[in-house]
Design a binder for this molecule. Structure first.
Ligand code: THU
Length: 149
């Protein structure tokens, strides 16, 4: 784990993800997800899943949080907390980020982003993004693109 967060700081991030989950718009799956993404500058961006009658436009909680941050000029992150469950309380299962979100996060968080997957603030696991997306394809692979740092 490459995070420098204290246990209390991790719990705070999980609490923010739990709060964000309350806004989940998930009338089709009834699977509600919340995420809280911590930027290197200390700011936290929250997100929930936002579904759509046409299904494809659905945004996962993680990407909602990520795009909120990037759209405000914040592109460097250290940790993300994720909570999700089909109905009711969240304490029954761990929700790990889907493949699309792993790829989206890899673009900005890189290998060392710490992913906290929580049932509750007292019950969670965490992994580096590198573990969840081994051999990830990212900006450094796209040689010759001047937009890439
Ligand atoms: N979902 C997320 O928001 N994050 C994940 O990591 C997994 C899936 C959402 C997408 C969809 O609205 C619902 O959960 C069921 O797949």
């Amino acid at each position: 784990m490459s995070t420098t967060l204290t246990l209390e700081e991790k719990k705070d991030l999980i609490r923010m993800a739990i709060a964000a989950r309350k806004f989940a718009y998930a009338p089709y799956s009834d699977f509600k997800v919340g995420a809280a993404l911590l930027a290197k500058n200390g700011k936290i961006y929250t997100g929930c899943n936002v579904e759509n009658a046409s299904f494809t436009p659905t945004s996962c909680a993680e990407r909602t949080a990520l795009f909120k941050a990037v759209s405000e000029g914040v592109t460097e992150f250290t940790d993300i907390a994720i909570v999700g469950a089909k109905t009711g309380e969240i304490n029954e299962q761990i929700t790990s980020p889907c493949g699309v979100c792993r790829q989206a996060l890899f673009e900005f968080g890189g290998k060392n982003l710490n992913v906290i997957m929580a049932k509750t603030e007292d019950d969670f696991i965490e992994e580096d993004l590198d573990t969840l997306l081994p051999y990830g394809f990212g900006p450094s692979n796209v040689a010759g693109n001047s937009a890439i740092k």
